[in-house]
Design a protein around this ligand. Structure first.
Ligand code: PMP
Length: 490
């Protein structure tokens, strides 16, 4: 029941657009795994806060105090959302999960320079693979297929054998909590137990799970607790908010600072400086993204009030519907994980014989359905899933067109009607494939473009018009047009 009610709370959920046939359609957003839509009440709360906004490096005046309180509240709110109140701290960094993952890869390789090896699963997003490749002396990839080549995720017995074999050199295991390709949920607490048994840490990429399933970083059995957890604010309904690293305080304390500058020092002389003994200060050189942090915590607060278990349950039902629906359409292939349990709502598929980019374009241009296509920054995993199909392509020039997939992913605002619209669209495309294909041409750069229809983005969002409108109360017409004159002269 609640899912429908929530739709309105998300900015852009009621967008309409004009399709290639000139019809006005409701846009259907099925690209939440890339970025979720923004939760309007959190923006509202942030607007209310902005009245009192000031830099937290100021400390005495009213706004500085309110800002500092807001950040302290947000810090605690983020920690409690992930069941990490005791012995954990959060660090806000960059624009998403990538920045904190780099911070950890560098920090942990420095901290334990004698431990040269990192285990990374083969289903990782590049952001949880390449930083480790860049900073660890040796990265060993953890297999995710069974003996027949079928996707199974991380096999715990195999993982334990790997840990045992590399015990002396093992620094940490880096694994995603949920795959952005297959939606598969990884047994992170079991992996934590194995890592700890062999003296390693566990780094969990929580980018895909944070907004979709409950997470409890501190477990009753401390061996099963997560050492480091990273996620992106823009995937948790708060675009404009930072990436977040949550880690055990005693471990974060040992990492050398990532950035140097204002706010992270206790004393600076002409000759020397001392880094702050407060972890939060040490980790946050420069001014914080205060409104972003506040907005993120506000959004998480809402998710908590709704209840992460019920969100997970509801999204599981929708995902089950999505997978079953896709499997009934002739020619549609769902990749890597067709199970209905232990997964989030990111489902990757193709229509046989149709390049992924073309399918995504047709869905956009004719049906106003927004999906992601390509390799989702997880090339090794996606290519592995496609390997058999790619072998069958005889004309090598066609290969690049098929090296990818289409992904539909859901969020709090997704409902059954959205998925039924996708079903209708895919059925139309399968039944009229030749017609849709004939509407597009292939460029020399191997991209498809519609022969007659052009997406007129300016029709929806024109930056100049928006600024003129927003500035009109404060600038005279002459001032606004002065800007235009300058543009002309340039
Ligand atoms: N990990 C996973 C599983 C992801 O899906 C993504 C984003 N697609 C990232 C990491 C990187 O996150 P960001 O782009 O927010 O830095």
């Amino acid at each position: 029941m609640w899912c429908n009610d929530f739709k309105k709370a998300f900015i852009g959920s009621e967008l309409t657009c004009i399709n290639a046939e000139g019809k006005t359609l409701s846009r259907i957003y099925l690209d939440s795994a890339a970025s979720t839509l923004a939760f309007a009440p959190a923006q509202q709360a942030t607007q209310a806060f902005l009245k009192y906004y000031a830099n937290t490096h100021s400390s005495v005046h009213l706004s500085a105090k309110i800002s500092s309180e807001a950040v302290a509240w947000a810090h605690q709110r983020v920690l409690s959302f992930f069941g990490a109140t005791q012995g954990y701290s959060a660090v806000f960094q960059g624009n998403g999960a990538t920045s904190p993952l780099n911070r950890l890869a560098r920090g942990l390789s420095e901290l334990r320079a004698d431990k040269s090896t990192v285990l990374v699963s083969l289903m990782e997003h590049h952001s949880n693979d390449l930083p480790h490749r860049a900073h660890a002396k040796k990265v060993i990839h953890i297999n995710i297929q069974d003996a027949t080549g079928e996707f199974q995720g991380v096999d715990l017995i195999e993982l334990e054998a790997l840990c045992k074999a590399h015990q002396q050199q093992l620094n940490y295991i880096a694994v995603t909590a949920a795959s952005n390709v297959s939606g598969h949920i990884t047994p992170i607490y079991d992996i934590a137990e194995i890592a700890h048994k062999y003296g390693a840490y566990i780094v969990v990429d929580g980018a895909q799970i944070a907004a979709h399933a409950p997470i409890q970083l501190a477990q009753d059995n401390p061996q099963r607790s997560i050492d480091f957890f990273v996620f992106s604010g823009h995937k948790t309904y708060a675009p404009g908010s930072p990436g977040v690293l949550i880690g055990k305080t005693q471990l974060l304390d040992q990492l050398k600072p990532e950035f140097y500058g204002g706010g992270m020092v206790s004393e600076v002389s002409k000759f020397d400086y001392s880094v702050s003994g407060l972890l939060f200060d040490k980790e946050h050189a420069g001014t914080l993204n205060i409104p972003g942090i506040f907005m993120l915590a506000t959004t998480l607060d809402f998710l908590d009030r709704v209840g992460m278990y019920s969100i997970y349950e509801k999204e599981c039902m929708l995902t089950q519907y999505l997978i079953e629906m896709l499997q009934t359409i002739e020619g549609v292939k769902v990749y890597a994980n067709t199970s209905n349990t232990q997964r989030i709502g990111a489902v990757s598929f193709n229509i046989q014989g149709l390049p992924h980019e073309l399918l995504a374009l047709i869905l956009n241009d004719y049906f106003a359905i927004a999906v992601r296509n390509d390799c989702f920054c997880a090339h090794p995993f996606v290519r592995e899933c496609l390997v058999d199909e790619l072998w069958e392509i005889e004309d090598e020039t066609q290969l690049p067109l098929y090296q990818g997939m289409v992904r539909a992913s859901i969020g709090l605002y997704t409902n059954k009607a959205d998925l039924q619209a996708l079903e209708h669209a895919l059925t139309c495309i399968v039944n009229n494939k030749a017609y849709y294909v004939s509407q597009y041409k292939l460029t020399d750069e191997l991209h498809f473009v519609h022969k007659t229809f052009k997406l007129e983005t300016q029709q929806y969002f024109n930056i100049e018009d928006t600024l003129t409108n927003c500035f009109s109360d404060y600038l005279s017409k002459e001032k606004i047009s002065m800007y235009e004159q300058r543009e002309e002269m340039a």
